[in-house]
Design a protein around this ligand. Structure first.
Ligand SMILES: Nc1ncnc2c1ncn2[C@@H]1O[C@H](COP(=O)(O)OP(=O)(O)OP(=O)(O)O)[C@@H](O)[C@H]1O
Ligand SMILES: [Mg+2]
Length: 359
């Protein structure tokens, strides 16, 4: 069988797709995109797409990444709207083209569509109700568990040395369950951030020091800071938790042999979160945490910010879900770029304003 022409494929593709040139101008819009965006191909052709679409994600930044790395980036849960049409939650994907590396193929997958494909949304709502259930159970399980631990400790005083191994196991495993339950509770009960004026480098130092005393003792942590970085607006405890979760993941991915984590900060005024109402927030403070570990397993890379998605044997899958929840509550942005040997999580944070007190 001979393959149909590229034009035929393009027209019959049911996913809305837009082809962009080097300058982010539309050079192709398939019929699915015309229908979905309620915009004619003629109205969009040759225009910068930022002028016509309201996409609640830092597209310039995303495209720059795709061009630099020549790798596909996927972003979930993005509001996509046009001037006269209410925004719809979509997953978007930006891919480089093999024979024209500066051009970009932008696929817009409305969430209902993703759902029909049986992915993502289904899993996420299942995860959501699992969280509710787990929270309820967490509360109920902690008390009897404390009883079990106490009983095992009492028992250990009157048994033979070889059986102590067993009571130790009971105690250790019970502690593990308590920790898990606390994580679930913490995820469900995240309080609204108390926003203060905070120096990001102070937080990075605290996160680095406590990581190196504990879970990241086997890691080398390098700093590459822009000392002139102005303060951000955040809840210091919550942001510390974010940094610590990211460092912990890097340390866990590296395994026992260790590895190197690079903490980098810099100012990039170009990063702006476009809101579907047309407004925007500037997120100029960038914090990158890069490790040289094996990279995120490809089968979960699109879902790592959802609860209970884990690629590790004993992982709960709540670390990054909490990270993403906290960053969202701060009006910030987190993105990830992962290949074997190089995984970067990048936090983009707002500037402090005159309103916040210094923490
Ligand atoms: N720096 C990294 N390098 C490689 N894989 C990573 C990295 N960060 C996250 N991952 C992958 O993403 C998964 C999800 O991470 P997340 O922190 O949400 O959960 P977890 O670490 O498995 O469990 P928890 O954090 O709740 O203990 C991890 O299990 C791991 O497979
Ligand atoms: Mg984790």
């Amino acid at each position: 069988m001979t393959l149909p022409s590229a034009q035929t494929l393009w027209s019959s593709l049911s996913v809305p797709a837009i082809l962009l040139d080097e300058e982010d101008r539309a050079i192709g819009i398939n019929p699915a995109a015309e229908g979905f965006l309620n915009i004619s191909s003629r109205a969009l052709m040759g225009r910068e797409i930022f002028d016509r679409l309201a996409i609640d994600a830092p597209l310039e930044e995303i495209f720059a990444r795709v061009r630099a790395d020549q790798a596909t980036l996927s972003i979930n849960d993005v509001d996509v709207g046009t001037g006269d049409r209410a925004p719809v939650v979509c997953n978007i994907q930006a891919a480089p083209l093999a024979d024209r590396p500066e051009a970009i193929l932008l696929l817009i997958l409305p969430r209902e569509f993703a759902e029909r494909f049986g992915r993502d949304q289904g899993m996420k709502s299942a995860a959501r109700s699992a969280i509710g259930m787990a929270e309820m159970l967490a509360h109920e399980i902690k008390n009897p568990l404390a009883g079990i631990t106490g009983a095992a400790q009492l028992l250990s005083m009157s048994i033979s040395a070889e059986d102590i191994e067993l009571t130790d196991l009971i105690v250790a495993e019970s502690r593990r369950i308590v920790k898990l339950l606390e994580q679930v509770e913490q995820f469900g009960n995240l309080r609204p951030p108390e926003l203060r004026r905070v120096n990001v480098h102070d937080l990075l130092d605290r996160a680095r020091r406590s990581a190196q005393l504990g879970f990241a003792g086997h890691m080398t942590i390098l700093e590459d800071y822009d000392p002139s970085l102005p303060p951000t607006r955040c809840d210091a405890d919550q942001l510390l938790q974010v940094l610590s979760n990211l460092l912990r993941n890097a340390a866990e991915a590296a395994g026992a042999k260790g590895g190197t984590v690079r903490l980098k900060t810099y100012y990039d005024r170009g990063l702006r979160l476009r809101r579907s109402d047309g407004g925007g927030t500037v997120l100029p403070l960038q914090v990158e945490i890069t490790d040289d570990g094996p990279g995120i397993p490809p089968d979960i890379v699109g879902d790592i910010f959802a609860p209970f998605v884990s690629g590790r044997e004993n992982g709960t899958g709540l670390g990054l879900a909490l990270v993403s929840k906290i960053v969202a509550a701060h009006g910030g942005w987190i993105s990830v770029d992962s290949h074997p040997g190089r995984t970067t999580f990048r936090l983009s944070l707002p500037l402090a304003t005159d309103e916040e007190e210094t923490a």
